[in-house]
Design a protein around this ligand. Structure first.
Ligand code: SAH
Length: 425
């Protein structure tokens, strides 16, 4: 299963976003100016980052840039990747650039001295930077992580040590529902054994009554994914329910869900409005996650077919169709490329194709089938302008024109930018 790499933790590219050297060394410096150089250095030292972890964490590479500059850089990046295909609109900004992440993940392990720590991996390494409080994460979630960490000793639980294979806890993921306030805690363990798990859960809920569910996730391999595939519900229903665009959504720990709820509503509205639905259309919502886009568009269309590879997400999507009492949405748990090929082979089509693939973009198989099916409109939603540009090249060579690209700032202080593209034949 491919998983969408999320914004904020390990930026994969080094681009023009880096601050260009204000601390250039001058080899020909004369002693006379030494004093002023010292003063300059003192001034540089005084200018602290807004985030005490920024130098080590490497997530928010734009934490100290004014918002206007961040947006200008994001717009330029989208222009560079897709500007050749059509007009790029200004970036849709957010009123609330802090604490937007509704999903918080903290890895647990040992520091160099062998002390237990929790936080984030240092950029490009497996060293854990002990982050207690993050400016882009939900505050309550950060507090819960710290309390879980604090409870370990009293329950004689150890963090997992990959060097020896001893210990229990590998990571914690907290999901907070923006509207309902429900909270899902997922505790990732190295194996099925989790001593005192019931008492541990009870104590955690006593400390944080706002927690509505706790899940144990078992990850018994060394892959780079945070979560394993097996789960056991320790408390509550095993998922949370949130609201978006007036619809209800059930979200479980392993399903994809956009991390910035406030901006997601804008993103979906832009995407659905771009499709210009009249109520008569057959919609295909590819890479649908828990079914959000198709479900939000359902009352403006005749029929919605939603397709998703991750079985848990597809199950959530199916539950969400029922939760919203929709009779015109069907969810298929399949590879989107294969699904499209099958549809094309059966001479089936759709009027509007929404596609929202992971960072790696879509596939040849998918795009080829889309060009056979020839929907009147394609609304491509992407979190990676680079793969978006690559895929737009295929679609435009296949007869589509890009009407507009609308970048949306879903990840303030982080390099990533989301883009909605409307393509017509
Ligand atoms: N549209 C959703 C999800 C977007 S994230 C939303 O807005 O929330 C991309 C989704 O594509 C993830 O849920 C991921 O599991 C799914 N995915 C990844 N590869 C896939 C594939 N080959 N076929 C179908 N879905 C896939």
């Amino acid at each position: 299963m491919k998983e969408r790499r999320e914004a904020g933790r390990e930026p994969e590219r080094k681009r023009a976003y880096k601050n260009k050297g204000n601390a250039k060394k001058r080899a020909d410096q004369k002693p006379a100016s030494l004093e002023s150089e010292k003063k300059e250095k003192r001034e540089i030292k005084v200018k602290r980052s807004a985030c005490p972890y920024s130098a080590k964490c490497g997530g928010c590479t734009m934490i100290d840039l004014p918002m206007e500059e961040q947006l200008a850089k994001k717009k330029a990046w989208v222009e560079e990747c897709v500007g050749a295909f059509g007009p790029v609109e200004p970036v849709v900004r957010t009123k609330n650039p802090y604490r937007y992440r509704n999903k918080v993940t903290s890895v647990f392990g040992l520091d160099r001295k062998g002390h237990p720590v929790c936080g984030v991996y240092r950029r490009g390494s497996r060293e854990i930077v002990p982050v207690k409080d993050c400016l882009i994460e939900n505050k309550r979630a950060d507090e819960i992580v710290q309390d879980i960490y604090g409870l370990l000793a009293s329950f004689k639980l150890r963090v997992y040590d990959p060097a020896t294979g001893f210990g229990t806890v590998k990571a914690v993921q907290i999901r907070t529902a923006h509207v309902t306030g429900e909270i899902l805690v997922t505790i990732v363990t190295a194996g099925p054994v989790f001593p005192s798990r019931n008492n541990f859960s009870k104590e955690l809920v006593r400390l944080h009554p706002e927690i509505t569910s706790i899940v144990q996730n078992i990850k018994d391999n060394d892959s780079s994914m945070i979560l394993g595939t097996r789960e056991k519900v320790l408390y509550g229903r095993g998922f949370i329910t949130d609201e978006l665009c007036g619809r209800k959504f059930r979200i479980s720990s392993r399903s994809f869900y956009q991390v910035n709820s406030l901006q997601t509503e804008k993103l979906y509205n832009i995407a659905i409005d771009a499709a210009g639905l009249t109520g008569k259309e057959r919609i295909l919502d590819a890479y649908c996650g828990i079914g959000t886009i198709g479900i939000c568009a359902a009352d403006r269309a005749k029929e919605v077919l939603s397709v998703e590879l991750n079985a848990d997400a597809a199950q959530d999507a199916d539950a969400n169709v029922r939760l919203n009492g929709l009779a015109n949405v069907t969810v298929y748990a399949e590879d989107a490329g294969r699904f499209m090929q099958e549809m094309a082979a059966q001479k089936e089509s759709a009027d509007v194709l929404f596609m929202d693939p992971p960072r790696s973009g879509s596939t040849e198989e998918f795009l080829e089938a889309a060009l056979v099916m020839r929907p009147s409109k394609i609304v491509y939603i992407s979190c990676n302008p680079k793969t978006l540009g690559r895929d737009l090249k295929v679609l435009t060579e296949g007869g589509y024109r890009m009407k507009k690209a609308v970048p949306v700032d879903m990840f303030p202080f982080v390099e990533d930018v989301e883009t909605v593209c409307l393509l017509c034949r």
